[in-house]
Design a protein around this ligand. Structure first.
Ligand SMILES: [Fe+2]
Length: 204
């Protein structure tokens, strides 16, 4: 069975408002690198396991490297999936609105939190995640791709705030312009479709 991750196509991203095709093209190339590195490391680790070379520095370091590459792949896929030219409105009276109000008090308060986190100094990600046990939503800062993910929490919205996400179009100091463009293309219907029903903890 082929367990190689494919480089996914995101041709629907052409013509975003305020995010140029050249910017998207460069970002997709970076994403491709994460997919290739993820596959390569998984392949090398499987070979080491097969050859009995697990008591080595290389085995340990590749295992430490994999979450960076694989989360880089996964988070970019969530990011590209939740963008489309012009975006889509938050469905009125829908499940996402209900969950946001329950978790933040109001949609406005959630959006204020999202924007404030997106303007935090340093590169990383702002993720809106759902706790699968309570159904609650929260915004979480993820440094690089792997530090700050809450185990098992489900990504509802992914916002890339690495500088490579906007520096083809804007200066490094113009993160706010990128944030406006992101929100102008954000598909809230996609975010809503990602919600999962709460699950029960499993015990013996
Ligand atoms: Fe990125």
């Amino acid at each position: 069975m082929d367990r190689t991750y494919p480089v996914r196509e995101f041709s629907h991203l052409k013509g975003l408002k305020g995010i140029s095709d050249a910017q998207v093209e460069q970002h997709l190339k970076l994403y491709e690198g994460y997919v290739k590195q993820t596959n390569l490391i998984r392949e090398q680790l499987a070979e080491m396991l097969g050859a009995g070379k697990t008591d080595t520095v290389a085995f340990a370091e590749l295992n430490r490297r994999l979450p960076f590459e694989q989360n880089g792949m996964v988070l970019h896929e969530r990011y590209f999936e939740n963008l489309a030219p012009g975006g889509s409105e938050l469905p009125k009276g829908g499940e996402l609105e209900k969950r946001l109000v329950e978790s933040f008090g109001s949609v406005e308060s959630y959006k204020k939190d999202l924007a404030a986190m997106a303007k935090m100094r340093g590169v990383g990600w702002v993720l809106t995640v759902q706790d699968p046990f309570t159904g609650w939503l929260g915004n979480r800062w993820v440094t690089l791709h792997q530090d700050g993910n809450i185990a098992g929490h489900h990504v509802i919205l992914a916002l890339d705030v690495w500088e490579h996400a906007w520096t083809v179009d804007h200066k490094p100091t113009e993160r706010a312009k990128y944030l406006d463009a992101f929100l102008g293309n954000m598909c809230w219907e996609t975010a809503q479709a990602r919600l999962v029903p709460p699950v029960k903890p499993v015990t013996p």
